[in-house]
Structure formats: C-alpha cells, structure tokens
Write a protein that binds this ligand. Structure first.
Ligand code: DON
Length: 306
C-alpha cells in the first residue's frame, strides 16, 4: 500500500472540511492557532513513517495526555485502579458533573475529565510531589517519542485561571474521598500534562506501543504489559471520544483519543499508529476534519478493526 499517496489524497479531499467547526475557546490560550491548519502522520511498526501538512507544528495535546497517564497508572496500580475509576462509556460530555453525584464520586472512565483527574491523583500519590509526578509523565512521553517535549506555560496558566468545571469535578470527588491529594496539586499536574506541546509526527510515534502490545517496536522496552495495552485500546475505542465514541467507532472503526487542542491519535493494532491535527472542533469537542480524515483513511485502506 502506498501510504504517502493515500495521505496526499486525504489532504486534497479534506480541504472543504477545514473551515467547518470551531476552535476551543473555553481555555482562551487555545484560540491562538491557525484555525484552518491540517496535519496527519502515520508510523508503522517497522519504523517507517509518512506525513502530510504541518506535521512539524506543535500543538497542545490536551486530553490525548490521558492515554499516557492511564497507561502509567494501570502499570503502577493494576486492577486496584478500577476501584477509583471505572471502565464504561459515560454517554456524557467530557466535562460533565452530573453522573459523579449519583455514582458517588467514581468517574465512569479515565478519559472523561473526572476520570483523568483521578488518574493523575494516583500518580501524584505514587510520586509524592506534583513536580515529581509531572516529571514522570513528561519523561514517559519523552521516552515514547524519543524527543524532549515541554509544556506551554501560557496554556497552562489559561487553564488554571479558567478551569472552573475541573475545579468543581475535583472538589466533588474530594467530597467522596476519591481525590487523595490537595486539589490544587492534582489540578496543577493535570493542567500541565494537558498543556504539553507535541507535533503530529511525535504523537503518532508515541502511540506505537499501543499498536504493539505495550512494547516499543524499536527498543523492545515494555511500557505496559500486553493485557493492559488491550485495556487502554479498548477504552480508547469505547470512551476516547466521550459522547461521540459510538459515532467515532461507527465512522472510523479504530481505537482513538481526541484532545480539544485539535489532535486525534488512533491505533491500528499490530500495524501502525496515526495522529491527525486540525483545530476546529465539532459540537462534541473533537476535531471535525481530523475525524473525517481518519474516516477517509480507514475507508481507503480497509484498516478499520472491523
Ligand atoms: O480539562 C480540560 O477541559 C482540557 N484540559 C482537556 C479536555 C479535552 O481535551 C477534551 N477532548 N476532546
């Protein structure tokens, strides 16, 4: 299969979609992007990669970071983690508070904000300080993409200042004793992981372990064991796009995770990982053109898991 030609075809076909949707504005610093931008990268297990568009341009990874923190927490706590964060789709928006009250502070899954905040809280408990917890998250991703990445302070500050719903989620969960550290430390770490900056090529590369049973296909390092890699992939499929997860599975048919920065990562098990970037979002907070591009990709290549 000629993947570069396929990416070029997608790039051409996607052009009319690039002006549809809206860039996220509830974190004001996220608005400062070229709204009609597009990039796509794929990395195969054999080390080859293909790119199109502004694949070198860094953007805020936002909720894509939840895949990394969940992988780390699962490796540290194994099934004990499920006492504090469940593994069912929520059917609700990513920042919804409603289920948490009647489900006694246990978030439905690690990819909605509440679940990701709990996941980060478990890392904070393990690494003791917010500085060490963030350093561990940053180092984990550096290893995966084999480059040093950093967070964007302006985006971090913007989220700290405007993250009212996350503060509400964390406070509500604290009232149920499902946040063990001071809320401000847990949120500090969570906002920093969300404001990490990566480009499409780095993100695609960093997801390869999930296409390879948790193992780095290049160095052979095992980041998570194969049954945990299965669990991360299955949650990406069922919960990676919040209340649009069914729609994403229906149209794209791959485990995937979106972020409000406009990125989406996807995994073709045993074959490759993909990242697409386009900052205009659909009504559910997922990249509009990114989703369409992935749908074109699986239609052209027949590489959906179904
Ligand atoms: O906590 C937030 O609201 C953001 N830092 C992340 C949300 C997000 O990326 C949702 N994804 N589509």
């Amino acid at each position: 299969m000629n993947y570069q030609t396929i990416l070029e075809e997608i790039y051409e076909q996607i052009q009319p979609e690039l002006t549809k949707g809206k860039v996220a504005s509830y974190i004001p610093a996220l608005k400062q992007v070229d709204s009609d931008d597009f990039a796509m990268s794929i990395h195969l297990l054999d080390g080859t990669s293909y790119n199109i568009g502004s694949y070198n341009k860094k953007f805020s990874i936002q909720s894509i970071s939840k895949v990394f923190t969940f992988s780390m927490a699962l490796e540290l706590y194994s099934t004990k983690l499920y006492k504090r964060v469940w593994h069912e789709p929520s059917g609700n928006p990513f920042n919804s508070l409603i289920q948490l009250e009647y489900e006694k502070g246990i978030p439905r899954n690690p990819f909605i904000n509440a679940g990701a905040i709990v996941t980060t809280d478990t890392l904070l408990s393990y690494y003791k300080t917010k500085e060490k917890a963030f350093e561990a998250i940053n180092n984990f991703i550096n290893k995966l993409c084999k480059e040093d990445i950093t967070y964007n302070k302006e985006i971090f500050d913007s989220e700290l200042k405007h993250g009212f719903r996350n503060q509400a989620l964390a406070s509500l969960m604290k009232s149920f004793n499902n946040i063990k550290n001071p809320i401000e430390n847990t949120l500090d770490t969570y906002f920093k992981q969300c404001s990490l900056m990566m480009n499409c090529e780095q993100l695609a590369k960093s997801m390869l372990y999930l296409a390879n049973h948790g193992e780095d296909p290049d160095t052979k390092e095992i980041y998570i064991n194969s049954s945990r890699a299965k669990r991360v992939n299955s949650l990406m499929l069922t919960c990676g796009h919040y209340d649009a997860s069914g729609d994403f599975a229906f149209h794209v048919g791959l485990p995937g995770k979106s972020g409000v920065g406009g990125g989406i990562v996807a995994v073709v098990p045993k074959k490759m990982s993909i990242c697409v970037y386009s900052p205009r979002l659909n009504a559910k907070g997922n990249s509009h053109a990114g989703t369409k591009a992935l749908e074109l990709f699986t239609s052209k290549t027949k590489l959906s898991i179904f």
